[in-house]
Write a protein of this length. Structure first.
Length: 464
């Protein structure tokens, strides 16, 4: 009987309603097409032949009910469903049989949801409440067994910024499989409506702090009531975004000083300007109950980019306030290659607990030079210094000239980067040049890296 799954479903519904701040109970409607399996197909049921009748059959079923869901581990969870179903169908063969039934259906499904698309599968049972069947022959047993059981499988899609979640599914009736054969299969569509869905969080709902300069994301636990729903917000340059990212046009003015390894030859000076387009500093601010396991997923339209998981803290009270700095996140740097700079790119941040989902949307515009953009002017000075400065006449004077110019620029410099050769034929000259360079730069912070493309010396880059 249906009571085989009823205790499990009641337990799942109770856990869904009490384990989180808001219930995970969602109303559902369904439509299925198949064969009228409530009609008895056994030989002799509708005719006096010793073999089953053959013909054409069809059945339409309409369901209304509720489902409860709960997470287990990561993207794996459980779904329990209860539906009241009305079915109407007809069988036409040597005899014509038609009718309808009311039944109660219970399903227990395992769910795997690695992205917005999820797979569900599990057993189901049903119990007939009422049926009416009519035929053109006398039928002592016109209805099938009132209890049916089988398996179900489905594919669902959690559409971003939409509360309705559609599912395409199929059912196989084990009870009627021996009599109905392939007609024991049915296909259908189910829609669930997530009552707690937050499609958009206003900027005032999330006052996220500025991300730390030393970590990809920072977290702060605040003593706020744990009944608050999860909230997520894109941040642009530390402030709440308004849906569209303003591109930054960067005009970089380069000035290159290059030593020439020839006697009495002054350094060569080259200037040029480069124009490029950049995104501002992007981050995602999140707030969610500390005692919930929470996942932050980032989508480009419906394409799943990556996911961050925040583990639950047992018996915790309060809320986690965290900021994920995308510019410092390796996963974000990887997916930037998926962006098409010639068109709009729609990003969706989805913060999901076991009970609720909050979303925010950000549009990355195309790099179009006709758009009105903020322009940032940068300056970069490059000094290409030779290890061989002492081996030709005037080399020391040329080096001192460049080091003096470098010293003049240091006070207005924001970043210092140094490239040096990985190998060379003048280690003594390289060491002497390095000592002179250290005397100019002193204890200023700088980034240093080796370059296999350099034959000798150093390249010092000053940015401001």
């Amino acid at each position: 009987m249906i009571r085989c799954l009823l205790p499990f479903l009641l337990l799942l519904f109770a856990l869904s309603a009490n384990a989180q701040e808001t219930a995970l109970i969602s109303p559902i409607v369904s439509f299925d097409y198949g064969s009228p399996l409530f009609i008895n197909r056994a030989a002799g049921a509708f005719n006096h032949s010793s073999i089953p009748d053959t013909g054409v059959s069809s059945s339409f079923s309409y369901g209304l009910g509720a489902e409860g869901a709960m997470g287990l581990i990561g993207s794996i969870g459980l779904i329990g469903r209860m539906e009241g179903i009305y079915s109407t169908g007809i069988f036409t063969g040597r005899d014509t049989v038609s009718g309808h039934e009311w039944k109660l259906l219970a399903e227990a499904l395992a769910e795997w949801k690695p992205s917005a698309i999820s797979l569900r599968a599990g057993p189901w049972v049903s119990e007939r409440l009422l049926s009416t069947i009519s035929s053109n022959v006398s039928a002592p047993s016109s209805a099938s067994n009132p209890f049916h059981a089988g398996i179900a499988a489905g594919l669902s899609w959690a559409i971003p910024n939409f509360s309705l979640e559609p599912e395409i599914h199929t059912h196989l009736d084990f009870t009627e499989l021996s009599q109905a054969g392939s007609n024991a299969w049915s296909i259908g569509l189910l829609l669930s409506y997530h009552l707690g869905e937050n499609n958009r969080i206003e900027a005032s709902a999330l006052q996220a702090s500025r991300p730390s300069s030393h970590a990809p994301h920072s977290s702060l636990v605040t003593a706020q009531p744990s009944s608050l729903p999860p909230r997520v917000q894109f941040l642009v340059n530390g402030s709440a975004g308004d849906g569209m990212v303003p591109l930054e046009r960067v005009e970089t003015r380069f000035k290159d000083y290059t030593m020439v390894d020839s006697a009495n030859t002054p350094p060569k000076v080259t200037q040029w300007i480069e124009e490029s387009y950049h995104l501002p500093r992007l981050a995602v601010g999140c707030k969610f109950p500390q005692r919930n396991e929470t996942s932050l997923r980032l989508f480009k339209d419906s394409f799943w980019l990556f996911e961050k998981t925040f583990k639950e803290t047992a018996n915790a009270i309060g809320e986690v306030d965290t900021v994920l700095d995308l510019d410092r996140d390796s996963a974000w740097q990887h997916v930037l290659a998926l962006m098409n700079t010639g068109e709009n790119n729609r990003l969706i941040a989805e913060l999901r607990t076991n009970s609720e989902t909050a979303r925010d949307t950000l549009i990355l515009p195309p790099a179009d030079t006709s758009r009105s953009l903020k322009t940032i002017v940068k300056q970069e000075f490059r000094f290409e210094l030779s290890d061989n400065y002492s081996q030709y006449k005037g080399g020391r004077q040329s080096l001192n000239l460049l080091l003096g110019r470098m010293k003049e620029l240091l006070d207005s410099t924001n970043t210092i980067r140094i490239w040096e050769r990985t190998s060379g034929q003048n280690p003594a000259g390289h060491a002497a040049l390095e000592k002179k360079l250290e005397g100019v730069l002193g204890n200023r912070e700088r980034e240093r890296s080796a370059s296999g493309e350099m034959n000798q010396g150093f390249i010092v880059i000053l940015e401001r």
